[in-house]
Design a protein around this ligand. Structure first.
Ligand SMILES: Nc1ncnc2c1ncn2[C@@H]1O[C@H](COP(=O)(O)OP(=O)(O)O)[C@@H](O)[C@H]1O
Ligand code: SF4
Ligand SMILES: [Mg+2]
Length: 335
């Protein structure tokens, strides 16, 4: 979808001020209760027919955010609307696809039954016709209709899950690491399929992955998460050279380059691990690993601020650390 079409499309998802905290078991009877801040104040808007990517290291809160956004978990604070109405019980307006299709499918249900289960209001011929049409849409051979999950490949199993997800014509689909268990070429196939399906159905996606390349392959806009917060939100095309937050820059620089890549950035290696989500640091949460951190960063927490059209960043010194072209490129010896 073009930028201007996105601006006028109705919102499939609007979430504001989302928090999700997990109380930890009490260490001693009168000890202070400790709380893990998994999602710490996130706003999200996803226009119909577009994809919001969410990327970040393992443990930064992506899955927790995703589950809350589609009503599989509650928020401790914040508001959520699906297709313009308050989110309610998990209903047909939203669906989800997860990493492991084998565990999402009932081992005793055939492909037909698994998809038909998602169409409770249809009977007989109509149901059969719809299942066949859904299989066609996700490019599953009709001959697989009577197969059980263990007789399918991982890619085929995930296509069954996607067919089930689109069966109720949802406004929003959460895809949480949905291609992460597939090999690289299958990932690209399923991503292509997801894009085609979006053109046809107009569904919005929230596509979560630790893998920035997969996220870039499917998203219109991408939110980079660090320790429960969004640190940068930008159109996907800005993920080549226009990133502004040092963490996003490092993440992008660490992406393995493909021979077809025009832009291959110089690698920036981050030291250490993120701080604990229980004892949150003062100031910028990224300061302990940021290559350009200074006193102000450790004293004052940056806010998420608009930087340009549709681009927001949480950093006191946005754009100071940039992606640069790999040096071996200039010598002509790209590897
Ligand atoms: N049910 C839970 N109870 C306690 N802590 C949880 C629970 N679910 C997730 N967490 C914690 O919340 C943080 C974010 O986890 P998660 O959302 O799974 O991250 P990601 O998907 O980015 O890897 C982690 O520190 C994780 O250990
Ligand atoms: S605020 Fe400072 S420490 Fe945080 S990302 Fe920006 S430059 Fe780095
Ligand atoms: Mg996860």
């Amino acid at each position: 979808m073009t930028q201007s079409a996105q601006a006028t499309a109705p919102l499939a998802l609007r979430a504001a001020g989302i928090h999700r905290r997990f109380p930890l078991p009490q260490e001693r009877l009168f000890a202070k209760r400790r709380v893990l801040h998994a999602v710490d104040g996130i706003d999200v808007e996803v226009p119909a027919g577009t994809t919001l990517g969410v990327v970040g290291e393992s443990g930064c809160g992506k899955s927790t955010l995703g589950r809350v956004l589609v009503g599989l978990d509650r928020a401790d604070a914040g508001e959520i609307e699906w297709a313009g109405r308050p989110a309610g019980a998990h209903d047909g307006r939203v669906q989800a696809v997860f990493q492991d299709p084998a565990s999402a499918l009932n081992p005793r249900l055939t492909v037909f039954s698994a998809i038909a289960e998602a169409l409770p209001d249809l009977g007989g011929e109509e149901r059969r016709a719809r299942v066949t049409r859904l299989m066609e849409l996700v490019e599953l051979d009709e001959q697989l209709l009577d197969r059980l999950p263990h007789e399918l490949s991982g890619g085929q199993q995930q296509r069954v899950c996607i067919a089930r997800a689109i069966a109720s014509d949802p406004a929003l689909i959460l895809l949480d690491e949905a291609v992460s268990s597939l090999d690289a070429s299958l990932q690209m196939q399923v991503i292509g399929l997801l894009r085609d399906l979006q053109e046809r159905t107009g569904a919005a996606y929230v596509f979560i992955s630790h893998d920035l390349r997969a996220v870039r392959g499917v998203s219109d806009r991408i939110a980079v998460m660090y320790l429960g917060q969004v640190v940068e939100l930008a159109p996907a095309e800005k993920f080549d050279a226009e990133l502004l937050h040092p963490y996003s820059v490092a993440l992008r620089s660490a992406e393995p380059a493909l021979p077809s890549d025009e832009f291959r950035p110089e690698r920036i290696i981050l030291e250490g691990d993120p701080p604990s989500a229980v004892d949150l640091p003062r100031g910028c949460r990224f300061a302990s690993r940021c290559p350009i951190a200074r006193d102000r960063c450790r004293a004052e927490e940056p806010e998420l601020r608009p930087a340009a059209d549709g681009h927001t960043v949480r950093c006191h010194f946005p754009g100071e650390l940039r992606l640069t072209r790999r040096r071996d490129e200039h010598a002509g010896g790209a590897q």
